[in-house]
Design a protein around this ligand. Sequence first.
Ligand code: ADE
Length: 223
Amino acid sequence: MKLDVFTLFPEHFEWFIAQRHVRNVLEAGSELRLIDYRETTPLSAGQVDDTPYGGGAGMVMRVDVVDAALEAAYGSERDGVRIVALTPGGRLFDERLAAELAAEPHLALLSGRYEGLDERVVEHLAEDAVSIGRYVLSGGELPAMVISDAVLRKLPGALGDERSAVEESFSEALEGAPEYPQYTRPVEYRGWGVPDVLASGDHAKVREWRLERSRERARSEQS
Ligand code: ADE
């Protein structure tokens, strides 16, 4: 997969790209590019934003600046690229959307800063607007990292043990439900034990117990 993150702060991603699972995916052939809007802005003095029409506080990322960055990266033919704008009001990001994006050969995440992106970015340049939650962050960098993390860990080579991603929270193997509780040694700590069935060695019973706990968690989330 090719993953391009458009940002005003590429240096914010240094920590992220140093993570083991991210390095694994990149070594396995995927690509992650950090593209700085300022490098291609058509405005003078590195300007990328402007005051909002209609008034109000803060600055808005300009549509011509975002378009220039996309043009420099892809030209005007952007058919093969799934371009996603990051905005607090967009489609809520979840495991299903992570899987959908992980299946894309080429994904671009557009982060905004200040008061966000000019709406014409969402309407005309991006295919979707995605939100990581109904709260406002100071920019799209953290959302871009959240989405990149959830997407990249689904790609081959990300995790030491490929099975970890198959049966985890919200996976098909768990019928979309949260993961069952996990335990490790010691078998007893301060009087808090591990459910007997897990140490029983009866794989069918363990499976049944786990699925039931997972369904239980799904039910309690709904209520
Ligand atoms: N930019 C600012 N806040 C955001 C959020 N919650 N999700 C996506 N992008 C954002």
